[in-house]
Design a protein around this ligand. Structure first.
Ligand code: HEM
Length: 148
């Protein structure tokens, strides 16, 4: 049960970041200021409302599942989690809030695109780290065979 909830929360968190990331690139390519502003607003609300608890729950349930368990895979997952959390709280959330504010004012200057670039890089880093945690989690639960 705990493992199922951990897996569900992990998938929701991963899909949130993947959706925000790809939708951001798509609306930027569309070039419509209105579409960009709408997306920036949706990422903050309800986006962050779904993303923040799902990452927090993934971390907390992961540490609970790891109790009394050792091994390289668990240690590597544990080490990645503070980076995933800090990246979310210190970079992704502030970027999302600032970009939403600027987009609502129609302020699409250099600062907007610098912060947008930082947000995309931080999002990509978290997708990679979360992807590695998923791979190691699936190995731990026996759903994915370890390569030799
Ligand atoms: C965002 C970060 C994380 C993601 C995306 C993630 C993802 C996953 C996934 C997909 C599984 C497979 C679950 C299943 O097959 O039922 C799993 C299992 C597991 N995860 Fe995580 N996890 C994360 C964080 C953590 C953390 C911080 C720990 C603590 C060390 C952890 C410990 C475990 C353990 C011990 C299992 C094996 C559970 C079992 O035996 O069924 N996870 N994880």
């Amino acid at each position: 049960m705990a493992s199922l909830l951990h897996r569900l929360a992990a998938i929701i968190a991963f899909l949130c970041i993947a959706t925000f990331f790809s939708a951001t690139i798509l609306v930027e390519l569309s070039g419509s200021a209105e579409a960009i502003a709408t997306l920036k607003s949706l990422i903050v609300w309800p986006g962050l409302l779904i993303l923040v608890p799902s990452i927090a729950f993934t971390g907390a349930s992961g540490f609970a599942l790891a109790k009394g368990r050792g091994g390289k895979l668990v240690r590597q997952k544990q080490k990645r989690m503070p980076f995933i959390g800090a990246n979310g709280i210190l970079v992704l959330i502030p970027c999302a809030v600032v970009l939403d504010h600027w987009a609502s004012l129609g302020a699409f200057g250099t600062s907007f695109y610098v912060v947008q670039g930082v947000e995309l890089i931080a999002g990509a880093v978290n997708l990679i780290l979360m992807g590695m945690n998923m791979r190691d989690g699936l190995r731990l639960s026996g759903r994915l065979r370890r390569s030799a």
